[in-house]
Design a protein around this ligand. Structure first.
Ligand SMILES: N[C@@H](CCC(=O)N[C@@H](CS)C(=O)NCC(=O)O)C(=O)O
Length: 220
């Protein structure tokens, strides 16, 4: 059996959390089968009972490795690091590892949940507002994330988020920047983030993981 059949990724092209894992898999050169989960069509395929058996959170990504199902991008990247340590995404040094996790969590728990689809839908419904209002809401939190990342990473970044070594932080920063693009938030004020983006975009593992490159992305 080819390695390709060992890993299945349930993903949505525009999902920033899926993008994190796509980068991790590509960096580690792990081939995988891509299974698209459409977050809008059919009432949201992530909410179907069959899908929630694999991932009770009802969100993407879900990684299946030889029948072992795992949700949450941080758990998935940590798992991949343990089974395939090259290149290491979470450094072994305790302080470096903690700092990389801090950068990941700025995005993972500090910002992305505030503008996740289910939250925006709930705000629209409960407060009877439209997309323009929730776009403003999302833009505000995305900007907060950019401000926080810039002031944290300017102390640590080299070409990547941490020095000149790729890490899990880059797997979180790049999708956050894609969300900034999606909501037309300029990166002008963020020279460190711009530098990280230029480095990562030049690497095929990152470029191949970009939303527009996914099989479920609409044609350009
Ligand atoms: N902390 C989770 C976040 C997962 C998540 O929020 N995924 C979003 C797409 S980026 C999703 O599937 N949302 C579906 C929904 O809100 O219904 C992770 O890192 O995997």
């Amino acid at each position: 059996m080819s390695l390709q059949n060992d890993f299945i990724l349930y993903s949505y092209f525009r999902s920033s959390a899926s993008y994190r894992v796509r980068i991790g898999l590509n960096l580690k050169d792990i081939p995988y089968e891509y299974r698209a989960v459409h977050l809008i069509n059919n009432g949201g395929e992530q909410l179907k009972p069959e899908y929630k058996k694999m991932n009770p959170s009802g969100d993407v990504p879900t990684l299946i490795h030889k029948g072992f199902a795992l949700g949450q991008s941080i758990a998935i990247l940590d798992y991949l690091d343990n089974i395939n340590p090259s290149p290491r995404l979470f450094p072994e040094n305790a302080q470096q590892r903690a700092l990389v996790l801090q950068a990941c969590e700025i995005v993972n728990s500090g910002v992305q949940p505030l503008h996740n689809l289910r939250v925006l839908k709930k705000i629209q419904k409960d407060f009877n507002v439209g997309e323009a209002e929730t776009n403003r809401w999302a833009t505000e939190w995305i900007t907060y994330g950019l401000d926080t990342l810039e002031s944290f990473l300017e102390k640590h970044a080299g070409r990547f988020s941490f020095g000149d070594q790729v890490s899990a932080a880059d797997c979180y920063v790049m999708p956050h920047l894609a969300n900034a693009d999606r909501y037309s938030v300029s990166l002008e004020k963020y020279p460190t983030l711009q530098r990280i983006r230029a480095t990562c975009n030049a690497i095929p593992a990152f470029a191949k993981a970009a939303p527009a490159q996914q099989p479920d992305a609409p044609p350009a």
